[in-house]
Design a protein around this ligand. Sequence first.
Ligand code: NVA
Length: 211
Amino acid sequence: MARTFAHKTITDLAEYAPCPVINGLTDLSHPCQVMTDYFTAWEKFGDLKGRKLAYIGDGNNMAHSLMFGAPKVGMDIAVATPGGYAPDPYIVAQAQNDAAAAGTKVIVTTSIEEAVRDADVVETDVWASMGQEDEAEKRRNDFAGWIVDDRVMAMAKEKSIFMHCLPAHRGEEVATSVIDSARSVIYDEAENRLHVQKAILYVLMKDRKKH
Ligand code: NVA
């Protein structure tokens, strides 16, 4: 398992390694976190088919993996980003193909309202990811107002839950009143990281022959 910055590092590892390689986070995707997030949503709601996840914020690794994951669990996903921070169009196109095959929707918008309307799960992430520390100040300006606060949560379904991959910046991408509310499942989500990582190892190792 490797946590890298450049996605190519992980694909190079996978190309040359004689064993499975797990993507522990790259600048393009964060599949281990997202498997945990959908697992956590399943724990809360049961069957996820027909439900909707709204992701608000940067069109980053989390947005990408959430888009890949949603059709696999039968959920619609809407990703709302400020202009200039949209997810990678290549990833969007691939996710939309998967969604068409699964009969679900992948929506990309600049409207928080559109994304959050009727959402069962509302998720956000930091404005500046690891490796983007130099851009933090510019991003603080560009993302001003892009906060998941009570007003945003009020637009989602009444029984919707809030998720964040952590670490979070209270008062930036999420209000304290939301991340510390009863609708926030961040601690279950964080605990589930451990259990889902064990499941990933199990799936990858169970059929491997001893050398
Ligand atoms: N987008 C964040 C996720 C952290 C778990 C980052 O890459 O830093």
